[in-house]
Every structure is written in structure tokens, then in C-alpha cells.
Design a protein around this ligand. Structure first.
Ligand SMILES: NC(=O)c1ccc[n+]([C@@H]2O[C@H](COP(=O)([O-])OP(=O)(O)OC[C@H]3O[C@@H](n4cnc5c(N)ncnc54)[C@H](OP(=O)(O)O)[C@@H]3O)[C@@H](O)[C@H]2O)c1
Length: 287
């Protein structure tokens, strides 16, 4: 009997690579795709010029992790970014689902404007970035596919030891005795790569249709996060300057970043870590 396949599209990215590891630990038969010339993968699949003929038979679950995230990438090549982020994932989902696969697509908090904390899953989209608009369009088009088994997993900012984002920048400055500025009126709600990937696997194996939301179980201000970094780095906390986003030049993060993950946690049977735990884990300071 042929084994069921878990197909990871975009296995070379941050989420894709971690997901492949988690699926192997789960005992799954994993088939990976990547672009020509990127990390080694079983199949070559370019989301910009999709060749659907390469899709294998026997896919039970598929995870679409390939994307062009980030405002800069979306602004530089808007048409290509839309194909990669919206048109191709929707068509891929349609084709895979027609052959019996349960397809998991990944969305983002950026489909919301961040004016409120702990946004509930049914809230109307209000994207503030081009990337957010792509994710919003992706969700709308997936929902419009008739009788397509699959799920959307909305995720906040993912942090990991390999990619601690702004935390690493703050730590490097602080340990060298340099001051950093952090917004007291902007919040993050990060999730660890480990928990994000565990949630993706649970959604796929549980065939939990609809939207599942994934973020920290609370929010932390940028200021408190920077103070936590100072404590972890044993740096002088007075080097952390409290500033308001209202006084900052350029683009600032939205006021809030958290999602209401209650329904996801109930199904999972475990809770997402608090923001400060995620910060500690991303800096290797988990006790
Ligand atoms: N990271 C986060 O904090 C976060 C939060 C919420 C949602 N998400 C979503 O999670 C998903 C994965 O994100 P990530 O952080 O893993 O992103 P990433 O590290 O930037 O990886 C993106 C992946 O997409 C692939 N890709 C880009 N253009 C492609 C194309 N034309 N054809 C085929 N593959 C292409 C890349 O391939 P190469 O390896 O060849 O470059 C890479 O494997 C995305 O949908 C993202 O929007 C991420």
C-alpha cells in the first residue's frame, strides 16, 4: 500500500524547513518542493511560473509555505508577488483538494489594522500593508472555492533562535553599552516557531477546516520586550529608552498584534506561550 504524503511547498523557508522537521518527527512521509537553485528539495515548483504537472499522487495533507512576505518584496514586484502569494496558492489548493488532499494555507495578522488587541477570527479584514492585502485576498479566494477541504492558519510574528528579529538587534546594541529606543505604545504578540509549526501539524492532521489563529496568549509592549532583552543580556536597563510611536518618523508597527487564539487552544488542548516566554526562547534564555 502506498503511504500518504505530506507535501510541503516552499520547504526552504523559515516555516517550511521547521515544518519538515516536525513532520519527520511525527513519522510522516514528506515530499518537499522548492525553487530551482534554492535548498535541496524533492520537486522543483516555482510559484511564479507554476507547473502543476509535477504534483505527486497520494497527497493527504499539503502545507503552502512558499510566499513573498514583506512590504519591500511586494512593492518591488507587485504582480509577481500577487501571483506567488495569492493566485498560485489558490490554484494549488484547488487542484490538490480535488485529488483528496487537505490543504493548509498560512495567513497573517497583517490582514487586520492592529487597532484592537486579541482580534477574533470572524473580524472583517482591514489590511494596512500590501502584504496584508495579499493575505486578505488569499483568504477571500480560498473561502470562495466550492467544497474544498482545507484550512487557513493566521499567524502573528514568528520568532526563533535562528531568527529572533528585532530582539537580536536590541541585544547586540545593549551588550555593547549602546542605547536602544522602544515604543511604549506599540505591542507585539510573537509566537515561537516551534509552537507555530506544532499548530500547523495539528490543524492538518485534525482536518480543522476554517480559520485557526496563532499568536502569543498575550501582548507585550516593545518597551517591555526591550527591557526583557536587557535583563536576559544582563545589560543596563537604563539603556532602553521609552519612546512613543506618535513621535517616530517613517513606518511604525500597528498598535496591537495579538489574535484571539482561544478556539485554537481548545482544539489543541494546550496554550500558546506568553509573549515574554517567546522572547526568552528566541534569545536562548528559556529556563
Ligand atoms: N515568518 C513569520 O513571522 C510569519 C508570520 C505570519 C505568517 N507567515 C507566513 O508563513 C509563510 C512562510 O513564511 P516564512 O517566514 O517561512 O517565509 P520565508 O522564510 O521568507 O520563506 C518563504 C519561502 O517561499 C519561497 N518562495 C518565494 N518565492 C517563491 C517562488 N516564486 N516560487 C517558489 N517558492 C518561492 C522561498 O523559496 P527560496 O527558499 O527559494 O527563497 C521560501 O522557501 C508565508 O506565507 C508567510 O506569509 C510568516
Amino acid at each position: 500500500m502506498t503511504r500518504e504524503i505530506d507535501l510541503v511547498v516552499g520547504a526552504g523557508g523559515k516555516v517550511g524547513a521547521a515544518l519538515v522537521g516536525a513532520l519527520h518527527r511525527h513519522g510522516a512521509t514528506v515530499v518537499t518542493t522548492g525553487r530551482a537553485g534554492s535548498v535541496a528539495s524533492d520537486l522543483t515548483f516555482d510559484m511564479d511560473k507554476p507547473d502543476y504537472a509535477i504534483l505527486p499522487e497520494g497527497v493527504a495533507r499539503a502545507y503552502i509555505c512558499a510566499a513573498m512576505p514583506g512590504a519591500d518584496a511586494c512593492a518591488a514586484e507587485p504582480e509577481k508577488a500577487f501571483r506567488v502569494n495569492v493566485t498560485t496558492p489558490v490554484e494549488l489548493t484547488r487542484r490538490l483538494a480535488a485529488r483528496g488532499a487537505f490543504v493548509v494555507n498560512i495567513s497573517s495578522t497583517q490582514i487586520f489594522d492592529g487597532d484592537r488587541p486579541a482580534v477574533s477570527p470572524g473580524t472583517q479584514h482591514s489590511p494596512y500593508s500590501e502584504y496584508g492585502r495579499h493575505k486578505s485576498a488569499l483568504e477571500d479566494r480560498l473561502r470562495a472555492l466550492p467544497e474544498t477541504p482545507g484550512a487557513i492558519v493566521r499567524i502573528s510574528k514568528i520568532l526563533s533562535l535562528n531568527d529572533p528579529g528585532i530582539l537580536a538587534k536590541w541585544r547586540d546594541e545593549l551588550v555593547q553599552g549602546r542605547a536602544v529606543s522602544a515604543f511604549r505604545d506599540r505591542a507585539m504578540s510573537p509566537v515561537s516557531l516551534r509552537q507555530a509549526v506544532d499548530a500547523l501539524v495539528a490543524v492538518a492532521y485534525g482536518r480543522w477546516s476554517g480559520v485557526s489563529q496563532v499568536s502569543a496568549s498575550d501582548e507585550i509592549s516593545y518597551l517591555d520586550a526591550a527591557l526583557a532583552v536587557a535583563r536576559i543580556a544582563r545589560a543596563n536597563p537604563e539603556l532602553v529608552r521609552s519612546v512613543s510611536a506618535d513621535d517616530a518618523a517613517g513606518t511604525v508597527p500597528p498598535r496591537h498584534a495579538g489574535l484571539d487564539c482561544g478556539a485554537t487552544e481548545t482544539r489543541l488542548g494546550w496554550r500558546f506561550a506568553r509573549s515574554v516566554q517567546v522572547v526568552k526562547e528566541a534569545l536562548g534564555a528559556e529556563q
